[in-house]
Design a protein around this ligand. Structure first.
Ligand code: G3H
Ligand code: 13P
Ligand code: ZN
Length: 309
């Protein structure tokens, strides 16, 4: 099956009340762990690449790994740029074969965000590539830029219709209280479902994206701490809230930190139990398998997209 853009995936996800998992990829073991899980449960997938991942692993290596996954799985897979911040970066990914890009103009003014997003949409649509925009600002760290809680802001529902109609963007990431990284909430987790509901009411059928959606699985945090790490107070989005979002207008749920935690916990365990280990396959194979188990659970029990490929 060839790579796909996100149009059909989102149409079906919206109608079916489930969400597509958008998982960040940085190397072969991560691509394999995610795609093996999706194959086991016949789920569509979005594999997303940040500019940091592209710098780390190289565009061509990542594309070829994903092409290999397509051959191995025969699943509908979209290859998506995560948090593109310039027209040039989006253009480079589109020209290099990505089927979907995010232009994150959320740090610009409303008018500048519109102008930048529209420019990317025009270039992308001409080539059959779908575009995700962002309105509102999440807190947390992405690509080494740290947005403090004070600088974050919720999405205003009254801006969404104008943004979408003036840009023609295919989906929109909104800020309702999630944040990037492993430290999302200090107290009780709270998301502004009222904002999501209002957007859904005003724009029925329009696909919404939820970033910062890792649950920061406590078992992995405990495992990291048991085997020599230090992650005090890490806290993520409860799975129940993700299920609720997926049943509403949210069609794409972004997960990266949970993959990092699974991989790190597994590797720490191997080194703690076998301090003399120096064959990378001996610690990367269990890490890959831990990612497979984690992703399978997300697809089946949280996102609801198992069997939807
Ligand atoms: O939202 C950001 C993603 O977790 C990607 O993180 O920029 O460190 O690759 P990264
Ligand atoms: P997490 O840090 O919660 O995994 O969010 C990832 C993300 O939003 C990527 O764009
Ligand atoms: Zn994000």
């Amino acid at each position: 099956m060839p790579m796909v853009n996100t149009t059909e995936m989102f149409k079906k996800a919206y109608a079916g009340g489930y969400a597509i998992g958008a998982f960040n990829v940085n190397n072969m073991e991560i691509v394999q762990g995610i795609t093996e899980a999706a194959k086991e449960v016949n789920a569509p997938l979005i594999l997303q690449v940040s500019s940091g991942a592209r710098k780390y692993a190289n565009h061509t290596y990542l594309m070829k790994l994903i092409e290999a996954a397509l051959i191995e799985t025969n699943l509908p897979i979209a290859v998506h740029l995560d948090h593109g911040d310039t027209f040039e970066l989006c253009k480079s990914c589109i020209d290099g074969g990505f089927t979907s890009v995010m232009i994150d103009g959320s740090h610009h003014s409303f008018e500048e965000n519109i102008a930048l997003t529209k420019k990317v949409v025009e270039y992308a649509h001409d080539k059959g590539v779908t575009v995700e925009g962002e309105l509102g600002r999440l807190a947390g760290v992405e690509d080494d830029v740290n947005v403090s809680a004070e600088d974050s802001s919720y999405t205003h529902p009254n801006e969404v219709e104008e943004f979408v109609s003036r840009t023609g963007v295919d989906s929109l990431a909104i800020a309702i209280g999630t944040s990037h990284g492993a430290f999302k909430f200090t107290g009780e987790a709270h998301l502004r479902f009222d904002i999501l509901e209002e957007i859904q009411r005003r724009m029925p059928g329009y696909p919404i994206v939820l970033h910062g959606a890792s649950s920061v699985i406590p078992e992995y945090v405990d495992m990291i701490n048991t085997f020599g790490g230090k992650m005090p107070g890490a806290k993520g989005v409860p799975e129940e809230m993700l299920r609720q979002a997926a049943s509403m207008a949210v069609c794409k749920i972004n997960i990266d930190s949970d993959l990092r935690l699974a991989m790190t916990a597994s590797i720490r365990k191997v080194f703690a139990q076998s301090p003399g280990e120096f064959d990378p396959r001996k610690y990367l194979a269990p890490a890959r398998d831990e990612i497979r188990k984690l992703v399978k659970n997300k697809l089946v029990n949280v996102l609801g997209c198992a069997g939807k490929a």
